[in-house]
Unconditional design. Structure first.
Length: 218
C-alpha cells in the first residue's frame, strides 16, 4: 500500500506530499540497492513509528529523514549491498532516552571514526532524559539533536556487537553476532549526581570495549 492509498486512514495524519518527496529522494540515493516500493514502505513505517513517540511534532520531518535513512543503510549493510569498513555496535535499552544514548555518543566520541554506532529502545520514550543531556554536556558532548528510536530488526541485523541494558529479550538473536548485557542503573527520575555516576560507569565500559575491539589483530 503506497502513501496515496493510505490517505484518510485512522491514525495516519501526516504530510503526504513531504513523505512522497522524501521517498523519491531516498529511492534515488538507494538506486540499485532497493526498489521504490521498499523505500516508500520504510519511510511510512519510520514516520508512523516516530509519530507514536515523538513529543515535538515539529521535528518529525527531520527525524523521519534520519531514521528512515539509517534503517535503509542498516538493511543494505546486512544484505552486503554496501561495504562495512568499521565494526558496527548497537546499544539497546528500554526507552532509548538515557543509557543507550550515552553509550552511543561516548563510543562515537572515543572511537574517532573507528567504530560506527547506533542506539535504539525496546519501548522508546517521548524524549531524552534532561538530566542525561545535562550530564553529557558537562563532557562537551551534545545530545540536543538526538531522539528516542524504536528498535527495528534491520539495525540488529547490521550490527557486529549488540549491547543490551535492561531491555530483556527484546533483540532478535542472529548467528555470527556478539551479544553483551551491561547491568546499569536506569537514569530515569534520578538526580544529576546519580546520572553522572551512571555516565562515568558507561564510559569505563565503553573504553574497555574499544580497547578490545580496536586492538591490533582483533
Amino acid at each position: 500500500m503506497d502513501i496515496t492509498s493510505r490517505r484518510g486512514m485512522p491514525g495516519l495524519s501526516y504530510p503526504e506530499e513531504y513523505l512522497r518527496r522524501l521517498a523519491a529522494d531516498l529511492s534515488q540515493r538507494f538506486s540499485g540497492v532497493f526498489g521504490a516500493e521498499t523505500v516508500e514502505r520504510y519511510v511510512l513505517e519510520s514516520y508512523t513509528a516516530l509519530l507514536r513517540t515523538s513529543k515535538v511534532k515539529a521535528h518529525l520531518a527531520s527525524q523521519t529523514v534520519r531514521f528512515a535513512t539509517d534503517r535503509l543503510t542498516a538493511l543494505a549493510q546486512a544484505k552486503g549491498a554496501v561495504g562495512v569498513p568499521v565494526p558496527e555496535v548497537l546499544f539497546v535499552c528500554e526507552q532509548n532516552a538515557g543509557r543507550s544514548q550515552m553509550a552511543a555518543v561516548l563510543t562515537d566520541h572515543l572511537a574517532q571514526g573507528r567504530v560506527h554506532v547506533r542506539s535504539a529502545g525496546s519501548s522508546p520514550s517521548h524524549e531524552l532524559n534532561p538530566a542525561v543531556i545535562a550530564a553529557m554536556s558537562e563532557l562537551g558532548l551534545d545530545l540536543g539533536q538526538e531522539f528516542p528510536k524504536p528498535l527495528t530488526d534491520d539495525v540488529v541485523q547490521a550490527a557486529d556487537i549488540v549491547i543490551t541494558m535492561g531491555c530483556g529479550d527484546a533483540c532478535a538473536i542472529y548467528p555470527g553476532k556478539r551479544y553483551l548485557d551491561w547491568e546499569l542503573k536506569d537514569p530515569a527520575d534520578r538526580p544529576i549526581d546519580e546520572v553522572r555516576a551512571i555516565r562515568d560507569e558507561i564510559r569505563g565500559k565503553v573504553e574497555a570495549l574499544l580497547e578490545e575491539i580496536l586492538a591490533p589483530g582483533s
